[in-house]
Design a protein around this ligand. Structure first.
Ligand SMILES: [Zn+2]
Ligand SMILES: [Zn+2]
Ligand SMILES: [Zn+2]
Length: 243
């Protein structure tokens, strides 16, 4: 075994132990979500640095298992802190190790909702806040049709309600999506539409406007200056203007 490899295995084992004890510590004390978030981002950063050393070394079965476990703990614990509707988008960013941890801000991970909410990981826990569901609430528990359990009415609602990513108001009718294919970026009718400057008819905002609302694939907001100068006109008024 080369010196380099020994060093890496030591790193993995100690990082795995650190992650396990951090999980125990954070589960037992009532820290704020943000505090927990930064503690886990620090572990992700450490993993990033350790991973950089790995490229030259062939990992064997046990190292791979440790590495997998570390990634799993970090991703799960980070996701627990994010609201269920935003977990799908956050998961993509967290598990993409080409994205440096310092770019994963709390705001970025909490900015994009999707059509599908993801439950917190394990059984016997509230799907929204990951609190253990006690035996007595077994009888009065909130359960949805996908068999997710919830500790309270508000957690049940948080899991199922659609909230507009722009104005933060609850959506009752069909939502609009900034990214239609992935059904991400939930927008209410009022935020999705505007009035034609010519005839005052209600028309959808331009594509450029939608793109500006949410962070792009890299987690960065896309800035396009063209769309800012775009004035909304319906097709009929647009045609009239061009003649
Ligand atoms: Zn809960
Ligand atoms: Zn809205
Ligand atoms: Zn018009």
């Amino acid at each position: 075994m080369g010196k380099n490899k020994e060093f890496i295995i030591d790193n993995f084992q100690s990082l795995l132990n650190e992650c396990k004890s951090l999980k125990r510590k954070l589960d037992s004390v009532n820290y704020s979500k943000r505090t927990k978030f930064y503690a886990w981002i620090k572990k992700r950063q450490k993993l990033e640095l350790t991973e950089d050393d790995c490229y030259e070394v062939e990992l064997d079965h046990f190292d791979k298992r440790d590495l997998k476990q570390i990634i799993q703990i970090i991703c799960n614990e980070l996701l627990k802190l994010i609201p269920p509707r935003k977990r799908k988008h956050a998961q993509k960013l967290i598990s993409n190790f080409r994205l440096p941890s310092e770019e994963l801000t709390w705001e970025k991970l909490n900015s994009v909702s999707s059509a599908q909410s993801l439950p917190a990981e394990s059984k016997g826990q509230c799907a929204t806040c990951a609190k253990k569901i006690s035996w007595w609430s077994f009888f009065s528990k909130y359960t949805d049709d996908r068999n997710n359990q919830f500790c309270s009415r508000s957690c049940y609602e948080e899991f199922n309600d659609l909230i507009c990513d722009k104005c933060q108001i609850k959506i009752f009718d069909t939502p609009y999506y900034v990214n239609k294919e992935e059904k991400e970026g939930v927008i209410c009718f009022d935020c999705a539409n505007t009035k034609c400057l010519g005839c005052r008819k209600t028309i959808p905002h331009s594509v450029g406007y939608f793109q500006k609302l949410l962070p792009g694939p890299g987690g960065k907001k896309e800035t396009s200056n063209d769309s800012e100068n775009h004035l909304p006109f319906c097709k009929a008024c647009q045609a009239k203007k061009e003649h």
